[in-house]
Design a binder for this molecule. Structure first.
Ligand code: NI
Length: 195
């Protein structure tokens, strides 16, 4: 299925923006969040689908760990260049800012679109992908195996109970179960040395 031109432009824009970034927050992460968000939005008839799509694709475009931008500048540049109407651009930016922990201080997003994108982002930290990303990050930062395991307990295993939407909850349940099974096996193989 071909995407509409605005979606295609947003995908091209983030690929460009993240070029050369191999960390956990790369273009591939953004594309997975976009796919998760699409899936959740199918079961949320009340949402504005294009706002969900744009917020998902642009949610890390101004991540302060990667970019030194103020006021969502990278996202704004895209929305303006692509003539996204002001009202919709505002909704997209509000959704993006409600997803970011640093900007929203962990509050639940007000809009349905924000809730969907936050669930989609959290899902990408769970399951097989979450495990791969945690170890990739650990390797990059010279972190010991035990520290990565601690990260599963401190953060990833808590995500299931933070989901906003019913579809997000259902998907999170599967990924959580996989994480738990993986951890049980890992800890068995380590013989308790990681704790
Ligand atoms: Ni993200």
């Amino acid at each position: 299925m071909r995407n509409d031109p605005l979606t295609e432009n947003a995908i091209a824009y983030i690929r460009d923006l993240f070029a050369g970034n191999a960390g956990g927050h790369d273009a591939e992460h953004t594309l997975r969040v976009y796919q998760n968000a699409l899936r959740i939005s199918e079961h949320e008839p009340g949402c504005d689908r294009m706002t969900v799509i744009l917020a998902a694709l642009l949610h890390d475009a101004d991540d302060h760990k990667l970019f030194h931008t103020d006021h969502n500048m990278n996202a704004r540049v895209f929305l303006t260049a692509n003539h996204v109407p002001d009202e919709q651009a505002k909704r997209v930016l509000a959704a993006i800012n409600s997803v970011s922990f640093s900007r929203n201080q962990g509050r639940v997003p007000e809009s349905l679109e924000g809730k969907i994108v936050q669930d989609a982002d959290r899902l990408d930290a769970m399951g097989a992908i979450g495990i791969a990303r945690t170890f990739a990050y650990g390797g990059e930062h010279g972190r010991a195996l035990g520290d990565s395991v601690q990260h599963f307990h401190d953060k990833l295993l808590r995500l299931r109970d933070l989901m906003n939407t019913d579809t997000g909850k259902a998907l999170a349940k599967e990924r959580h179960a996989f994480l738990e099974a993986y951890l049980a096996e890992l800890e068995k193989e380590l013989g308790g040395t990681a704790q």
